[in-house]
Design a binder for this molecule. Structure first.
Ligand code: CU
Length: 119
């Protein structure tokens, strides 16, 4: 009985360690392949309107407006990007290779602004 209890006590932490290791491994793979941050375009606004990421990080912008085109772009001396027209439901990835503060704007809706702080 005592041994059984001890084994049971040992098994749980071991399972937790194995699960954690598997998750960390998976997370590393996913982190390499998928964008880490998701931004929604809805109601002619970016949600959230501001985000902080690390250099080399990727954000994914999703056009959640059912019937509006968007067109995200960055125009700065350090870094430029142009998504082209973003159809409703489409997803656009932007990777920021340099540190700084960047405005992601919309070429169709001048009031749309997303501030990206890259550390
Ligand atoms: Cu727009």
């Amino acid at each position: 009985m005592k041994f059984g209890n001890a084994a049971r006590r040992l098994r749980l932490p071991l399972a937790a360690v194995v699960t954690a290791a598997a998750l960390i491994g998976l997370g590393t793979l996913v982190g390499l392949a998928l964008p880490q941050y998701s931004i929604s375009q809805k109601g002619r606004e970016f949600h959230p309107g501001e985000i902080a990421i690390n250099r080399g990080g990727t954000i994914q912008i999703v056009n959640d407006d059912a019937d509006l085109l968007h067109h995200a772009y960055v125009d700065s001396p350090k870094f430029s990007f142009d998504s082209g027209d973003q159809q409703p439901g489409s997803k656009t990835d932007i990777t920021f290779p340099v540190a700084g503060d960047f405005d992601v704007l919309c070429a169709i809706h001048p009031k749309m602004r997303l501030v990206v702080h890259v550390k």
